[in-house]
Design a protein around this ligand. Sequence first.
Ligand SMILES: *Cc1c(COP(=O)(O)O)cnc(C)c1O
Length: 468
Amino acid sequence: MSLEKESLAILRDALDVLEKGFQDLPAYQPAPDMEALRSVMMTVADKMQDNYPYHHPLYAGQMLKPPHPIARLAYMLAMWINPNNHALDGSRASSPMEKEAVADIAAMFGWESHLGHLTSGGTVANMEGLWIAGCEHPGKAIAASTQSHYTHHRLTGVLGIPFIEVPVDERARMDVDVLRRLLQREDIGTVVVTIGTTATGSIDPLPEILALRDEFDFRIHADTAYGGYFALVDNLGEEARAAYDLLSEVDSLAIDPHKHGLQPYGCGCILFKNPAVGRFYKHDSPYTYFTSSDLHLGEITLECSRAGASAVGLWATHQMMPLVMGGTLANGLSKGREAALDLHRRLENDSRFTPAFAPQLDIVVWAVNGQTSAEASWRAQQVFDACAANNLHLALVKLPAKFFKHAPFSVDEDTLTCLRSCLMKPEHLEWMPRIWDILDQSTAIILDEGGHPAVKTAPAPQGPDYKD
Ligand SMILES: *Cc1c(COP(=O)(O)O)cnc(C)c1O
């Protein structure tokens, strides 16, 4: 057993309560074709078996994890109404919930003022951040690091804003010395600071970048799509902590509740420090706003129709797990981070592997040693496949070879394919011995074969069944 189903009974009870709100209406009983529903749903369930087990602790690869049951249930409950958070007419309950949930997020970063809303994801959240940046500094460039999310480059193309790439140091963080030289030379209006890069979870040096802002006048947009929630965590390194403590100083910030905020996909968030940027969103829709003079979220969003259910899921999650240090959500993130530190220690003590720099969040990247970086790349792929055959799902990532400065292999290419693990679930900590056993045995088989491409599978270690 690995899927949680018990909570479905609560959904049924909650639907009864929801229905009571509409009991004054004349009787109306929708009657879908139950036989067809059943038949198609069984086909869907059958098709959905074709997935990696994202919900299980042995899935430790990409940034994927299932939503918390409270988010799942609240989202589903809202589906029976299907509110649209564009205008208040379409979302009388869920628009206020969105405003509250977004204010909770702003408070998590210590913001005293904000204008913000949910988006369909981090990409759109970042796009709105960059769009406003361009409105505030027309004609000036936006700079982001070579390890920033690839969409920043693409989005500046969409927005017609010049883009400047800033190199990174040996720990995948924006190189501040180069940034300074670029600021002297180029017309840079905004710097994107990534707090938790997608590949390695690295944190750009925000304190130093803020110091540069005092000298050169530019906007800061923080891309915390992945890392934002780690603001709540008590086991960050000193450098990372210093960056998080200064997130109150940035001009705009993107965060993804659908990454570490336990939400289903379709939930990003953009925040602006200065509510006056709302003027750039101003439009004159002839048909959507008629019932109240309160703020309709559609007046401050680029997207029009948006899932009210996303706001309901997020709001409900905050009621059950407030965004506070020491809370359940924070403790879950701390455990993932501890799991990452544990894995990093094990890798450091094993001569078959070279981990890159120590993880700043919960993402670990490491090379499988060989004679050359090309052989290391090939071996990473083999170990990846062998682990998958034993139900341990890791990820592969291509990174600059300079991240592996201490590796024993010669470097014949600028980049190297290595293994990557996003330890996003609290259960990863408890499961680390098991994860390690599979990695250890799978690697042993690949290395014993001395470079033969055929992959044998190691017997899977026995252990307790996983339960959600
Ligand atoms: C995931 C991610 C994005 C993109 O967000 P989506 O929700 O996938 O659209 C942007 N920036 C960073 C740092 C990310 O990790």
